[in-house]
Ligand binder design. Structure first.
Ligand SMILES: CC(C)[C@H](C(=O)O)[C@@H](O)C(=O)O
Ligand code: SF4
Length: 466
């Protein structure tokens, strides 16, 4: 590419190994993350083809999706088999694996960044849609399917069509109670569930710059919920400060060299995006979802929308169906909706900063009677850091359960599930039908709102607390 270029195109172009006439580019991958839920078939395919893993040194495996969070012993037969298979595959190919109980175990998208193995300008892939999280560092991070996982294992590259570029411009600065999660939900509400299909988004503007790296991870994590291939934020001083302290980030002269390169990782003045969306962050309020896709979100002070008043027949039909599933009536104030469960965790909002925000709310307050609250650190490192600050005591004193790390109630793949049509305020990223258990009803919120909701027993923000 010549002339002013977007960051997305710069990172893409720096990784093209081969251009195919049919339009796909073969892209080199700097980091490959794997987990027990989506790697077994890929390793099987590799074995059938008689191949080895090309770069075990660039591959990192964790156990996260299936593991129980109330114990370090896996008893479920399906989970046991998946974990055993991952362990065998990692042993066979010499891949580093963080197992349940390891000090560095955790949700794959929390573990990679905290180790410092994802750096600005890198390409990252994983057989998991929320790989987009790693875009927070100015990396191009793609979730791929199992056949692509096999391809990356075998060749350290993957064939992808060049994405379109979308600038998500957040103008102004948000009010104090509006977090990265609220920015993400507000953007999704604007874009609709599949509105960024085929694009990579670059998050831009002063409110993105003001976010911590953790907040940027929350934002990038949800890119895929808009149908985007990935999302990223250009690196800056905040990124450098985060990376400087990571155990595996470059040191000494290598660090200096890397920083010099990273400084050029930004969208040039005058570069043109295929599409631009503006969101006025200063006008936002804390967001909550009412439906069964993450873009069905409103401000906490709003009401459940009337499907008949939405735009067009498709959106109306989707809303009718969502409301039937969610057991909600149009016009109900969001603040009047009572919940039975609260889930604080996941790769969206299971980092230390998220736990701190919730603990702040729960300090000297109690979880409402009849509400079950699970606090699940995104990684064992997060769990230990939180314990060192005494956050676990705050959660337990409030009546919440303090767990080991894993994907937990983010999805019903492990013992942490809701039963029946239970309603849950959740800091995760998906509210699809059955996501947290068959029939379960999910309302996506930020950590602070999850904690406020736990206290009041109804969907709430900080403004609802005494
Ligand atoms: C199980 C895995 C394939 C899935 C994903 O791709 O994202 C999961 O992590 C999720 O969040 O739904
Ligand atoms: S925490 Fe949830 S979103 Fe993240 S990887 Fe696990 S299941 Fe997927």
């Amino acid at each position: 590419m010549s002339g002013p270029t977007t960051l997305i195109d710069k990172v893409w172009d720096a990784h093209v190994v081969h251009r195919d006439p049919d339009g796909a580019d073969l892209l080199y991958m700097d980091v490959h993350l794997i987990h027990e839920a989506t790697s077994a078939q890929a390793f099987d395919g590799l074995a059938t083809a008689g191949r080895r893993v090309r770069r075990p040194d660039l591959t990192l495996a964790v156990e996260d999706h299936n593991v129980p969070t109330d114990s370090l012993t896996i008893t479920d037969p399906v989970a046991s088999l998946q974990v055993k298979t991952l362990r065998e595959n990692c042993r066979t190919h010499g891949i580093r694996l963080f197992s349940h109980g390891d000090a560095r175990q955790g949700v794959v998208h929390v573990v990679g960044p905290e180790l410092g193995i994802v750096l600005p300008g890198m390409t990252v892939t994983c057989g998991d849609s929320h790989t987009s999280t790693h875009g927070a560092f100015g990396a191009l991070a793609f979730g791929v399917g199992t056949s692509d996982v096999e391809h990356v294992l075998a060749t350290q590259s993957v064939a992808l069509r060049r994405p379109k570029t979308l600038a998500a411009e957040f103008t102004g600065l948000p009010p104090d109670d509006v977090t990265a999660k609220d920015l993400a939900l507000a953007l999704l509400a604007r874009l609709d569930a599949n509105g960024a299909h085929g694009h990579v988004m670059e998050y831009r503007g002063p409110s993105v710059r003001a976010l911590s790296v953790e907040g940027r991870m929350t934002l990038c994590n949800m890119s895929v919920e808009a149908g985007a291939r990935a999302g990223l934020v250009a690196p800056d001083e905040t990124t450098l400060a985060y990376l400087r302290e990571r155990p595996e980030s470059p040191r000494g002269a290598e660090w200096e060299q890397a920083v010099a390169y990273w400084k050029g990782l930004r969208t040039d003045e005058g570069a043109v995006f295929d599409r631009t969306v503006h969101i006025d962050a200063s006008a936002l309020t804390p967001q909550v979802t009412w439906g069964t896709n993450p873009g069905q979100a409103v401000g906490i002070g709003d009401r459940v929308p009337d499907p008949e008043k939405l735009n067009g027949p498709a959106e109306q039909a989707a809303a009718r169906r969502a409301l039937a599933y969610m057991g909600l009536t149009p016009g109900t104030a969001m603040r009047d909706i009572a919940v039975e469960a609260v889930f604080l965790g996941s790769c969206t909002n299971g980092r230390l900063e998220d736990l701190r925000a919730a603990a702040e709310v729960l300090r000297s307050r109690k979880v409402a009677p009849g509400v079950r609250m699970l606090v699940v650190p995104g990684s064992t490192q997060v769990r230990r850091a939180a314990e060192a600050e005494g956050l676990h005591e705050v959660f337990e004193a409030a009546g919440a359960q303090w767990r080991f790390s894993g994907c937990s109630m983010c999805l019903g793949m492990n013992p942490d599930r809701l039963s029946g049509a239970q309603r849950c305020a959740s800091t995760s990223n998906r509210n699809y039908e059955g996501r947290q258990g068959n029939g379960a009803r999910t309302h996506l919120v930020s950590p602070a709102m999850a904690a406020a909701t736990a206290v009041t027993g109804r969907l709430a923000s900080l403004a609802d607390l005494d």
